[in-house]
Structure formats: structure tokens, C-alpha cells
Design a binder for this molecule. Structure first.
Ligand code: 2PG
Ligand code: MG
Length: 443
């Protein structure tokens, strides 16, 4: 598809800082818009993100290279990589590259007249689809690691752990837990102000108080934690994991040690890989090369996927595939300073993520992603329901004619070839009786 126009502008993110939004238009008029989030607790190996003004200049300078050229997602992304020519994307800027990469994907989905998640699915599973000619993808519903309480760099209290999440299957259940915590904090006369990602961050609360509060409102749900250990240097802030796991229903721990502390990661994973989900984020930064090493050295069993850590959609999909092919689980995630762009919801469904991590059910930039997730689910559900009904009707067509002779009171029993709705029921009929029923107006 040929790119005929690229426009970019400055946009305010949820942490009161500037980011960019890029719009790409294709030759047939289809277009896609993407805005880029940023991290609050970032991994050191994340690609370089240029300040908004510089990013806009970079996009302007790329027009000569990109306009009126034919691209596919992979050729566009590899061209951007060549033009950048660095390992950390410090020339063009990871934010610049990702905004072009994602807005192009959205524009192509529009040109193909298919939803973005389906377009991503077809790119991600291209080999399978090409070989087996599967055209009817099955989309799974990821579980949600929904944020309830936040500390560390995201909060404003004594808790060193950054994120306290409940793993829920439905948004309703997540909202219920969130509201219960809010009511309880009000009752205790504690602040219900929220942190960077929409969760409560009660004054003075430490890790244990946060965990006790959250655990108190869970039924069959369990807890996922993001320790974000790279964001503090004091090793005494690292919790005693054995104690935590014995005291609370925790089934997932992300970034338990500093991203440079590979020895401790290995010891941790050896001990807990079979018991809980051990999630890499700041240590792998959606980087296929680092993730390969992490898988080889067996430092976890799941990884966070954040497109802006790596800078192109193609590399994001590569990292995801690598994880999936090696039996690691995948968690598609938002960022600490985010925008209302809901791309990660389509990404999660398109790649069949095991979990999503989109923050709390509060604050516009978090809610946007949950709302898109529900929109996709509704679409998938109604398509499946529709397909189910048409499959059923197809089977019934080859059934026996169910016309009952008014005199003999016996069913015709000949092979049917059509279906007629009679008093709300789908009834298979042979052509003779179809005509009889039709003429008699029995429908
Ligand atoms: C994380 C993310 C999202 P940040 O650490 O997983 O919650 O935070 O974007 O600040 O890195
Ligand atoms: Mg993290």
C-alpha cells in the first residue's frame, strides 16, 4: 500500500508531558492514527524516545523517504530500521518509528475493511494461515491483571511494590473489587486519590497493608504483583518472596529483581517457575534478542509486551512469537504515562495474549483500553453466535423434512433442502412441503 500523507502533532499524555500522534493516509484514502505512551519506571534497554518537538522534526524529515512508496508492514518496519541504523533507535527515535509503524497498521486494516485485531492476527499467524488455509481465527479472551493499588514510583506512600493487581475474568468483577476497596478506604478515612495508573495509593500504607486490603476483597481471584525492582536501588526494599507467597494468594510476580541482577532472577525462577507466573518486563523490554537470552537462561515463564519499549510492530510481534513458541505466557501492557490510544487492546486479541495489563478501571487513558476490549469481545461474540446459527441451519438443511401430514399425522421424512421459520422455530422441509407450507401461509 502506498503512503500518500503523514501528519504528526504534539499530544498531552496522562503524566502532563508531551508525546506525539501520527496520522498516515494511504492512496485509497484509508488512514490510521497512533499516539505513543511513555514509561514511568523504564527498563534501561528500552529504545530511545525523542522529546516531542524533536520527534515531530524527525517525522517531517522522513516524509521524503516514505511518501508515495509501496509498503507492507514488514517492509516498512525494516526500512525504518535501516534508516535509523542504530541499536537503540537513537537516530530516528523509537517513538517516531512506532507512531509510523502502528498508524500504518491501522490504515491498512481500514483499507482491507477488517478490524485491527484481525489484521494483526493475520500478520502474526501468517505462516499458519498460509499453510493450513485457516480463514476463521478463534480469538481467545485474555485474563485481566487489573490494578487496584499502587506504590513505588507510581504511588505516593510507603509501599515499595509498584503494582497490586487482581487477576479477573470480567471487567464487572474488577470494578466490584475496585469499588469495595474505595468504600473501605473512605470508611477508614484514608485518601481515595489515585496514582499514575488509576489505582488507590493510601498514605503511609506499606506492602503488607496494601496486600491485606486487596486480599480481603477477593473471592476466587488471585493477586499479581509488579515489584518493578529496577526502580529502587535499596535492596532492603525487595520483599521476602517466600513470606509473601505464604501469606497472600499471589500467583504472578513481575520484575522481582533489578534488571541487571540476572543471577538472582535465575535463582528466583528456578524456585518459583513451576508455582507461579514469573514475569519479565524491565529486564527484557520486548526486545527479541534479550528475550531469547532470557528464555535460554530460564529466568521466567512469561513476558510483558509493550510496543514502545522496542519501537516497531514487526519487532513486537517477533518478541511475542518467540515467547509463545517457547511456552512463555504473554501479557500485553499499557504504560505509566499513557494516551487514549487503545491499540494495545487490538494487539492483545490479535496475538492471543494470555493476559492484559491495562491499569485500573478508572482514568480515561486506562478505561479507553478496557472499553475497546469490550467492543472487540462483543463483535467476536456476535460473529460466533451468527456463525453458530448458520452452521446449525446448514446441518438442518440436510435433515429430514418435518412436515406432518394432517391426515396420517406422520412426518414426511424425505431429505430436506430448505429451512422455514414456523412459529419461531427453524423447520427443515423438502421442496414439495416448502411450497405447501408457503401457499397455505402456515408460517
Ligand atoms: C510497568 C508499567 C505499566 P511503566 O512497569 O509494567 O504498569 O509501568 O510504564 O512506568 O514502566
Ligand atoms: Mg513492569
Amino acid at each position: 500500500m502506498k503512503i500518500t500523507d503523514i501528519k504528526a502533532r504534539k499530544l498531552l499524555n496522562s503524566k502532563t508531558a508531551w508525546t506525539i500522534e501520527t496520522t498516515i493516509t494511504l492512496e485509497d484514502g484509508s488512514f490510521g492514527k497512533a499516539s505513543i505512551p511513555g514509561g514511568v519506571s523504564k527498563g534501561k534497554t528500552e529504545v530511545v524516545s525523542h522529546p516531542a518537538n524533536l520527534a515531530l522534526q524527525k517525522i517531517e524529515s522522513l516524509k521524503d523517504f516514505l511518501l508515495n512508496k509501496d509498503f507492507r508492514q514488514t517492509s516498512l518496519d525494516s526500512y525504518l530500521l535501516t534508516l535509523d541504523g542504530t541499536n537503540d533507535k537513537s537516530n530516528l527515535g523509537g517513538n517516531v518509528m512506532l507512531s509510523i509503524s502502528v498508524s500504518f497498521a491501522k490504515a491498512v486494516a481500514m483499507a482491507r475493511n477488517i478490524p485491527l485485531y484481525k489484521h494483526i492476527y493475520q500478520m502474526h499467524y501468517k505462516d499458519v494461515l498460509d499453510n493450513k488455509k485457516l480463514f476463521d481465527p478463534k480469538f481467545e479472551r485474555p485474563e485481566m491483571m487489573m490494578l487496584m493499588l499502587e506504590g513505588g514510583l507510581h504511588g505516593s506512600n510507603n509501599a515499595s511494590i509498584q503494582e497490586f493487581m487482581a487477576i479477573v475474568n470480567t471487567i464487572d468483577r474488577g470494578i466490584e473489587i475496585y469499588k469495595k476497596i474505595q468504600e473501605e478506604l473512605k470508611r477508614l478515612k484514608k485518601s481515595t486519590n489515585v496514582g499514575a495508573e488509576g489505582a488507590f495509593s493510601p498514605d503511609q500504607y506499606d506492602n503488607d497493608q496494601m496486600l491485606t486490603l486487596l486480599a480481603g476483597f477477593l473471592k476466587k481471584e488471585t493477586i499479581a504483583l509488579d515489584i518493578a525492582a529496577s526502580s529502587f536501588k535499596e535492596t532492603d526494599k525487595i520483599p521476602n518472596y517466600e513470606e509473601l507467597l505464604n501469606s497472600y494468594p499471589i500467583t504472578s510476580i513481575e520484575d522481582p529483581y533489578d534488571e541487571e541482577d540476572w543471577p538472582n532472577w535465575k535463582i528466583f525462577a528456578k524456585k518459583y517457575n513451576k508455582k507461579i507466573t514469573v514475569v519479565t518486563d524491565d529486564i527484557t523490554t520486548t526486545n527479541p534478542t534479550i528475550l531469547k537470552k532470557a528464555i535460554k537462561e530460564n529466568i521466567g515463564n512469561a513476558t510483558i509486551v509493550k510496543p514502545n519499549q522496542i519501537g516497531t510492530l514487526t519487532e513486537t510481534l517477533m518478541a511475542t512469537k518467540l515467547a509463545q513458541e517457547n511456552g512463555w505466557e504473554v501479557i500485553v501492557s499499557h504504560r505509566g504515562s499513557d494516551t487514549n490510544d487503545d491499540f494495545v487492546a487490538d494487539l492483545a486479541i490479535g496475538i492471543n495474549a494470555d493476559y492484559v495489563k491495562f491499569g485500573s478501571p478508572a482514568r480515561g487513558e486506562r478505561v479507553a483500553k478496557y472499553n475497546r476490549l469490550m467492543e472487540i469481545w462483543n463483535e467476536i461474540d456476535s460473529k460466533e453466535a451468527l456463525k453458530e446459527t448458520s452452521d446449525k441451519l446448514e446441518i438442518m438443511k440436510n435433515d429430514k423434512c418435518m412436515y406432518i401430514d394432517p391426515v396420517t399425522k406422520k412426518a414426511c421424512g424425505k431429505k430436506s433442502n430448505s429451512i422455514m421459520k414456523i412459529q419461531g422455530e427453524n423447520v427443515p422441509l423438502c421442496s414439495t412441503h416448502y411450497n405447501v407450507v408457503y401457499r397455505l401461509g402456515l408460517r
